[in-house]
Structure formats: C-alpha cells, structure tokens
Design a protein around this ligand. Structure first.
Ligand code: ADP
Ligand code: MG
Length: 301
C-alpha cells in the first residue's frame, strides 16, 4: 500500500520495555536500580518492575524500604487497583514488585504473569506516559513464568548481567536459549551483556570471548566497587548516594548506551558440549599462565 505524502504514524510508541536477567546474586537489582536512577536523571519517566519473588528489586530506590508486592495485595484484598501497587522512588521512579507465592508453595513464575497482566489490563503504562519499563527478573528462564517478559513480547530488549564466573555465563547461555526459542514468535531479542564485577585481565578476556562466540556484545563493563557496597548499606543507589563517584559515571554511561540502543539480535547459544569445551579451553589457558608455561593467555589480556 503506498504511503500518503504527509503520512504520520498514528501513534509511535515511545515506551521502551527492557528485561534484565542473570544468575541470582550477580548484581541485577543493583545494576537495574542504578540504570533506572540514571535514566530518571536524564528526564525519563521510568518504572522498575521487580520480578523476583524475593521482592528486593526496588528498595535502594526508596531509602532501603520494601514495598508490598502485587501478590501480597491480591492475597490480602482479592482485587487490586494497580495504583495501590505502585510506589514512588528516587526522582519519581515508579516502583513495583510482583512478589511470589508463600515460600515453598506454588509457582513463582505465576506471580510475574499475574502482576504483568494486572498492570496491562488497567492500562497503567499508557496512563503514566512511561518512557521505560525495566523488568528485573530472577535467574535463568527456569519456567514459563520467568519467560513471560521475553515470551509475550512484553519486553523488546533483554540484557543479561554476568560476571566472568562460569555459573554466571552458564545462566546467561541458558537465557540465550530461551530468547532463541521464542524469537520466531515475536519474543524479545538480546541487547547484550552487562559485564558486572569485571575489571580487566582474564575476567574481561573470558566475557569478551563468550559474547563473540554467542553473537552478542558487552554493553558496559561495570567494575566491582566499594562505593556500591557503601551506597547499598545506606539504602541507596550509587547514583543517589555518590553521584560524583567514578562508579556513578559508569552507570550513567550504561544508561546512555541503553538510551541509544535500538537493534537487538537473536543470540547463538552454545550447546552443552560446546560450552563444556569452551570452558575447558579457558581452564587450560589459565593453568598454563599460572604455571608460567606461557606468558599470557591470549593476545587481548
Ligand atoms: P541480584 O539482583 O542479581 O540477585 P544484587 O543486585 O542484589 O543481585 O547484588 C548482590 C550483591 O552484590 C549486593 O549486595 C550488591 O551490593 C553487590 N554488588 C552487585 N554489583 C556490585 C558491584 N559492581 N560492586 C560491588 N558490589 C556489587
Ligand atoms: Mg535481585
């Protein structure tokens, strides 16, 4: 169909929906909260949507205080007005926690499905005129619920937080499989890896090699920093507690990269055998350097 000369798209959605995945304890919530804070400082309207049954995603945006989760509210009241589940955080960030079933009972993934549906049915994203919704999602794509932000086309871009530790890379590789699986049916695609606790040397070489093997990229290297620890103990993001620090500058760079990011891709996960062979290769290289057999493990170290 020819496009009329002065055609304007009827509604160009500005809302960017992003999901952050990664192994438990790898730094998803820390990174996500600092990213949200940096995007809010750039003037964007941001919602951070915690999708971990621990419900601890947003507390550093709220002076260390925890909010009731959507599932808590549903259990209490039976019916929930979405506005009762949205709490204001640093610089106007909208904070939501999906929550989970009582520990040891039921499917944690269901909480995500229920929570996302509740906000969508009540048209909250449009009403709040959001620029970003950032889903902070637990671990691997272990069950259907955790795949919701990818599978249902809710998030368009997925970023994974990983260090150079094998288990973190293993979880990232599993996530890539999930993304690949749903990519034919309108699922989210991969924007890249946020390399957390990666400073240089082997750590950088390992993660660089992994992304090049799997058809993705490192969006940002984030070093381990005592400023993060200190800010978290004070119940705040680094952006809020130490805005002049080097670490805050790194989170602001991350936000700029997320802002500029347009094209995500289908990753090429390694199969079980390839991943094992890849890991063994690195193990041998590190051993050889430690023994002094070779001076350095690879030209880029
Ligand atoms: P996740 O959400 O992936 O489970 P968290 O974001 O809660 O992980 O981080 C786990 C712990 O690691 C937190 O105590 C956090 O302060 C710490 N942490 C994460 N990233 C860094 C970093 N770059 N420097 C220092 N500490 C970090
Ligand atoms: Mg977390």
């Amino acid at each position: 169909m020819p496009t009329p000369k002065n055609h304007k798209p009827p509604h160009k959605p500005k809302l960017k929906q992003i999901a952050i995945y990664g192994k438990g304890g790898i730094g998803k919530s820390t990174t996500t909260s600092n990213l949200s804070a940096a995007l809010a400082d750039l003037g964007y309207k941001v919602m951070q949507f915690g999708c971990d049954p621990k419900a601890d995603s947003t507390n550093t945006l709220r002076d260390g205080s925890y909010i009731p989760t959507i599932l808590d509210l549903l259990r209490e009241k039976g019916r929930v007005d979405a506005h009762d589940a949205i709490f204001e955080g640093y610089n106007g960030i909208y904070c939501v926690e999906a929550g989970g079933p009582s520990p040891g009972v039921g499917c944690a993934g269901r909480g995500i499905i229920t929570a996302v549906q509740l906000l969508k049915q009540q048209n909250v994203y449009e009403e709040l005129d959001l620029d970003y919704v950032i889903y902070d999602v637990l671990g691997d794509v272990v069950c259907g619920g955790f795949a919701v932000p990818i599978r249902e086309g809710i998030a368009r871009h997925v970023f994974t937080v990983s260090s150079s530790d094998f288990m973190a890379i293993y979880a990232a590789n599993n996530l890539f499989r999930g993304i690949q699986k749903y990519s034919n049916s309108g699922g989210a695609l991969l924007g890249g890896v946020i390399a957390n606790s990666v400073s240089g040397g082997y750590q950088k070489a390992i993660i660089d090699d992994f992304v090049s093997q799997t058809n993705t990229q490192v969006l940002q290297y984030v070093p381990r920093s005592i400023t993060v620890t200190q800010s978290e103990l004070g119940g705040k993001t680094t952006i809020e507690a130490a805005p002049d620090s080097e670490q805050a500058q790194i989170y602001r760079e991350l936000a700029k990269r997320v802002e500029a990011h347009e094209e995500s891709v289908v990753p090429k996960p390694l199969d079980a055998q390839e991943l094992r062979a890849w890991a063994t290769g690195w193990s041998d290289q590190i051993l050889a350097v430690e023994r002094g057999d070779v001076r350095s493990a690879g030209a880029h170290i």
